[in-house]
Design a protein around this ligand. Structure first.
Ligand code: HEC
Ligand code: HEC
Length: 173
């Protein structure tokens, strides 16, 4: 068996485990990604942001403009685009019982549809304490790269004990 196939199998196994825990109801973080197509299509250029990080209206807007996606072309064929939009909308933050999703959604003004998770008022506030010059580190570059600092981000866990900033170290408040 080639290594690519093995790693694919390991990945679908991991995603299945995550799907089981995601369906167990609300947790303290956000529900982990449990969709292989999503992890593959939306997790190559950057961290595969969990659906629970944005409300349905944001995902719909984002998925309607993939040809001009933050200055990149992230277009998909219509079948996959619809599949992923469905997935994102189903698990969107405003349909989630996870605590972190609820906090994020509560801070967004009614009707606002932010395209950036990093622009959600609650997160802007949480990130005020991030030292500005750490973003100059080429491993980080942008606050959009959640998993570089939040080492447990993939599990949907953004707790402070999981933060370890490259070139800076563990976050101790
Ligand atoms: C061709 C590369 C590419 C692909 C494929 C791609 N993106 Fe992006 N995405 C970007 C870039 C570049 C940014 C801006 C990152 C930054 O500012 O540092 C971005 C930003 C985002 C953000 C905002 C992050 C923030 O700052 O809060 C979201 C949400 C997002 N992408 C979702 C998706 C989804 C959903 C898909 C799959 C349908 C996808 N992306 C596929 C390149 C891509
Ligand atoms: C440069 C490193 C860095 C990046 C990149 C980053 N964060 Fe953070 N984040 C932090 C730090 C540091 C804190 C804690 C701030 C404090 O002490 O109040 C934090 C706090 C948080 C919190 C609140 C945690 C708590 O326990 O209250 C959430 C949620 C969060 N970040 C989500 C995200 C998401 C989602 C992304 C990507 C879109 C992201 N972060 C990107 C460094 C980062």
């Amino acid at each position: 068996m080639n290594t690519k196939l093995i790693s694919k199998m390991v990945m679908s196994g991991a995603l299945l485990m995550m799907a089981i825990s995601a369906n167990a109801g609300g947790g303290s973080g956000v529900a982990p990604v449990n969709n292989t197509l999503y992890a593959e299509e939306c997790g190559t250029c950057h961290f595969a942001y969990q659906p629970g990080l944005l409300p349905e209206r944001s995902w719909r807007k984002l998925m309607a403009g993939l040809d001009d996606h933050f200055d990149e072309n992230a277009e998909l064929d219509e079948v996959d685009r619809l599949k992923l939009e469905n997935y994102l909308v189903t698990y969107a933050g405003d349909h989630s019982n996870y605590k972190r999703s609820k906090k994020l959604m509560r801070s967004i003004r009614n009707g606002d549809a932010p395209l950036r998770i990093t622009m959600i008022p609650y997160l802007k506030k949480e990130h005020r304490e991030v030292p500005k010059d750490v973003l100059k580190n080429e491993k980080i570059r942008s606050l959009s790269n959640c998993d570089v600092c939040h080492r447990t981000a993939q599990k949907g866990d953004f707790e402070e004990r999981g933060i370890d900033i490259p070139g800076y170290g563990k976050w101790e408040d």
